[in-house]
Design a protein around this ligand. Structure first.
Ligand code: MG
Length: 382
């Protein structure tokens, strides 16, 4: 099921303390808003609207640098008006498509919550993720003894809350009762059926200055590390230079292949595709397609890195091993590392190129071909 998302980031967030509004403040080195956009990208959102102020809009190009698939809508004087502004920016989408309305101050959204909310919407008009209240509740007036209040049937509502766009627009149009506290309440008032999906303790709302210290501790739990491995081999043939890890090396043979036969880049590209479950290099660049004849393989690697970015992910480190008797790799290793670091925009110490022989055994040992293997670690939203 396709869905789109509206992230409300128009508040001034004065309770979070002096300085920037909370949606722009960094959490584990990344603006709070960026966490949510990355989570929606990884979760498959077809369109993401960020509702923000004029000042916020100026900040977005930096805050969301490198992320695809988002647009901006102007914030309103109230949250309800901001939500409606976001929905208006989705007018090109089908009216019956689910829209997830999310609060930018809840950075640790996971794919599991997105899926749970969408699933529950199949049998409801609106869905909110919520957690049962676990703490004992007290009511205390100033100067009076606290009294104990039952927590039975009480839930802590979170976002993203979901409804089909037409349902939300109609419900907001019918709403007359002041400022609603959330979107589910508006659908509820319009007579819609509201369902609760499992909430997530990680989906804490950044409200007070001390919340940011807690968020720093939680940040690691909202990301997962994936590992991918790739392997490739090409046959030696007549030629004068060979491309390995994006570097041309003078040699008395060349590697034969449909593209430039850079086995190092091919193994590394496959490793990245493997880490994010995106098939293999042949799926993306079929060797039967004449377009890739003689192609420079760095574009394959760039494509794989872009797919990682589109999921809100980042490459942590890469490690390539070239297996051959000749040419000697060591004199070119540093240039290869530098080229890979440049293509992937990584610091040099996160890029490794190693070489080995097979002691004259096997096809690489007999000089029939060269092989390459690669391992990568990729971090993505959970
Ligand atoms: Mg290959």
């Amino acid at each position: 099921m396709t869905f789109s998302a509206v992230i409300v980031a128009a508040g001034s967030g004065t309770r979070a303390g002096p300085g920037q509004a909370k949606q722009w403040r960094p959490v584990a080195g990344k603006p709070a808003l960026r966490w949510s956009v990355e989570a929606f990208l990884a979760g498959g959102a077809a369109d993401i609207v960020i509702v923000t102020t004029q000042d916020g809009e100026k900040a977005l190009t930096e805050v969301l640098a490198g992320l695809p698939g988002w647009r901006v809508a102007p914030g309103g004087a109230t949250r309800a008006l901001s939500v409606q502004s976001g929905l208006a920016a989705l007018a090109h989408r089908p009216g019956d498509e689910p829209v997830l309305i999310h609060d930018a101050a809840r950075p640790f959204l996971t794919g599991a919550t997105i899926q749970a909310v969408l699933k529950a919407l199949e049998t409801a008009d609106a869905v909110l993720p919520a957690l049962p209240v676990a703490d004992t509740l007290k009511r205390a007036e100033p100067g009076q003894n606290p009294t104990t209040t039952s927590r039975d049937h009480l839930w802590r509502a979170q976002t993203p809350q979901a409804a089909r766009r037409d349902t939300l627009l109609a419900a907001y149009a019918a709403w007359t009762d002041g400022e609603p506290t959330d979107d589910a309440q508006v659908v509820e008032a319009a007579g819609g059926r509201v369902a609760i999906a499992p909430g997530d303790p990680l989906l804490m709302k950044l409200t007070y200055p001390e919340d940011f210290a807690m968020a720093e501790r939680l940040a690691g739990a909202a990301r997962i590390t994936r590992v991918g491995q790739g392997f490739d081999a090409h046959r030696w043939g007549p030629g004068e230079e060979v491309w390995l890890c994006g570097v041309a090396i003078k040699h008395d043979e060349t590697l034969i292949g449909h593209s430039d036969a850079d086995a190092g880049l091919h193994a590394l590209t496959d490793a990245i595709l493997g880490a994010i479950g995106e098939g293999d290099i042949g799926d993306h660049f079929p060797p039967t397609d004449p377009k890739w004849k003689g192609a420079a393989s760095d574009q394959f690697l760039i494509h794989a890195a872009q797919l990682v970015a589109a999921k809100g992910g980042s490459i942590v480190n890469v490690d390539v091993t070239l297996i051959c008797e000749r040419p000697k790799i060591k004199p070119h290793r540093q240039a290869m590392r530098e080229r890979l670091a440049q293509i992937l925009d990584l610091p040099l110490d996160r890029v490794s190129v190693k070489a080995t022989t097979t002691e004259k055994m096997g096809f690489t040992g007999r000089g029939e071909g060269l092989a390459a293997s690669a391992v990568v670690a990729v971090e993505t939203p959970a």
